[in-house]
Design a protein around this ligand. Structure first.
Ligand code: PAF
Length: 279
């Protein structure tokens, strides 16, 4: 695996791989890699011939009171994990290279960015769309892989890719969960042992709602109220519980097959997100 910090060197490697007839697969990450990320890397490897993974903790997508400063950084462990997955290139740009002091461009994806995470974290998806657009232009992959856990991010990136004509096929890897159901996330590391125990109630509440919807209890208001009730009973603080069309992120009144239930909760100082799809 080659570790590259400059965009020029990255472009040279990608150009020569493509020149020898290989297709480029790409997984953008912010590091602190876990099995969820590695499953996306494996998907990229299956679907392309040359795999690039980037690690960049993107300051633009963190609000002023969010966890940019304490976001876990584990460059050596991450590099070792990616090398053992036979990744071809690890791209580690630094913030000064990504954002010169007079950087003045942003990508705003209206509509899909607005509810859910977009409402609680104003500017978050502008930061995500801007960095993903830059990374897409830098890496120029044929295939890019994102995780289902960040379902609204997937909708934002999908819309941006279509609207701006990026010639990139997007793939979505399923959420990887701990044995008690908690979705893997770099932010799980913030949880104390007691918070970690309580956190299992979060996926349980979503799974129960998914099962209710599967049994025909399709009213969105009732489904989301049930999730809130379960979360509060477990002493978890729901931030939002939305029932939406995952393509548009528009709220629905009746959950149909494919409808998404997505939620965020606060556990102490940590905020976790998760989602399920109605079967
Ligand atoms: O999902 C993430 O880790 C980030 O939002 C992404 C896509 C790497 C952009 O910074």
């Amino acid at each position: 695996m080659e570790t590259i910090r400059e965009v020029g060197a990255l472009r040279d490697l990608v150009r020569s791989a493509r020149g020898s007839g290989r297709t480029i697969g790409y997984v953008p990450t912010m590091g602190a890699l876990h099995e969820g990320h590695l499953s996306l890397v494996r998907l990229a490897r299956r679907e392309s011939d040359f795999t690039v993974v980037s690690i960049f903790v993107n300051p633009l997508q963190f609000g002023p009171n969010e966890d940019l400063g304490r976001y876990p950084r584990k460059e050596a462990d991450d590099a070792a994990a990616l090398a053992s997955e036979s990744v071809d290139v690890l791209y580690l740009p630094d913030a000064a290279e990504m954002y010169p002091p007079d950087f003045s461009t942003s990508v705003e994806v209206r509509g899909v960015s607005e509810g859910g995470e977009g409402e609680t974290r104003p500017g978050h998806f502008r930061g995500v769309a801007t960095v993903v657009a830059k990374l897409f232009l830098q890496v120029s992959p044929d295939v890019a892989v994102f995780g289902q856990k960040d379902l609204q991010q997937v909708s934002v990136v999908r819309r941006m890719t279509r609207d701006l004509d990026f010639p990139i096929r997007l793939l979505v890897g399923p959420t990887v969960r701990e044995p008690d159901g908690l979705a893997m996330s770099s932010r799980n590391a913030y949880l104390s042992p007691e918070e970690r125990r309580v956190a299992a109630a979060f996926p349980r509440a979503l799974f129960e709602a998914r099962d209710r919807a599967g049994r025909g209890e399709r009213g969105a208001a009732e489904l989301s109220e049930n999730v809130r009730r379960e979360l509060r009973t477990a002493r978890l603080d729901p931030d939002y519980v939305d029932v939406v069309d995952p393509e548009t992120m528009a709220p629905v009144e009746i959950a149909a097959p494919g409808t998404a239930l997505l939620a965020a909760v606060r556990i102490g100082k940590t905020r976790l997100i998760d989602n399920v799809l109605v079967p």
